[in-house]
Design a protein around this ligand. Sequence first.
Ligand code: HAM
Length: 422
Amino acid sequence: MKIQAIRGVKDIMPTEVEKWRWVENKANQVFARYGFKEIRLPIFEKTKLFSRGIGETTDIVEKEMYTFEDRGGEKVTLRPEGTASVVRAFIEHKMYASQTVQKLYYLGPMFRYERPQAGRFRQFYQIGVEAMGSHNPSIDAEVMIMLMDFFNVLGLNQFELQINSLGCDKCRPEYREALKKSISMHLTNLCENCNKRYEKNPLRVLDCKVKSDIEIASGLPKITEHICDKCENHFKQVQAFLNSTKISYSINSKLVRGLDYYTHTAFEVTSGKLGAQNAICGGGRYNTLVEEFEGPSTPCFGFALGLERLIALVPFDKVENIDKKPDIFVIPLGEEAESTAFNLIHQLRSGGVSVERDYDCGSLKSQMRKANKSSSRFALIIGENEIKEKSYQLKNMQDGTQFNITATTCVKEIQNLINNLT
Ligand code: HAM
């Protein structure tokens, strides 16, 4: 019986993992500059954390969660996103007690039962960032600037940052009513999905992907024209901060996001290079979620980016030394040479040198072929003669030069050689 991976779930193969690690390291470096610290969160949580946090009427909660009862009868869900878990952890560990803005980030797999297609998976990876504890619009701007900084470090260029304001719990209900009133005049022409959204989540009509609906949506009232003075002021300040750093962005008043917890600023980064699933990153402010979970009032701002989509855009051909090659390939010829080589390899590796070998112990020609294939910098040949003479042959695989190296000092010499190269 041949068992294959589950649909929409994929292996990340070793050569790909090198790229992932490189991107993850860059994230660690950039985020650390802005004072963000990593938090590691569980992969599953109580179902109600997500259903209440993300919103009962969202697609994620209605259709996409991997939910099951554990053996104790508890309803649990594989996390579809990280924000709700961060909020839970923030309250559970009383992180609010420090009275300073908590700047956190996380990385790991998320699970959504969506229809798999290019760039859309049922298990996918996110890097997420949450800044918790400040109303200051400079946080909104700073976090988006950090994201742009990260993209810059990765060498990404073709992407677009779009921002919007979704108002607050005071002005949004009014906008929602105005929107519903306007949508009600188009119901017969709107798609079936939008007819459902009209009742439950009318704002989502604004980002329907059906062509004829897009046209209708462009004539609907704009949220930015309905937000209260406080929200408008916040939004203006965010823009002023962004402008001061000359970051390019546009305002998209139809940007609404698929999760219910957002208030004030919302944003997305898309890339035309990605096809239909063009969102690399999405996020925004969520000022009421901590309170909804019975924590103290804590305004927050964050985002999450999809790693598969991001990695597809990174120009890795311009990145040097991404895949680690062995420093040296040790080639023993004969049984006695193999036991000498075994011990030598151990000493080299313990001394910080990366060593590869051929476990078939084939002929010189076949081992040389494997050394070439491994792209190692050097090959060390240990034959019977070499053992007798207590001197091995070291070959520089890049320029083909070859020289003898004394057995007793060879570990030290190879270490020096490698250190001088790197
Ligand atoms: P989201 O927009 O649902 O936001 O997801 C963020 C990113 O995850 C998307 O822009 C996309 O790149 C990636 N993504 C989502 N679903 C899939 C999928 N099925 N396959 C591949 N990639 C996917 C959130 O998750 C919020 N928690 C973001 C946030 C953090 N807001 C505030 N803080």
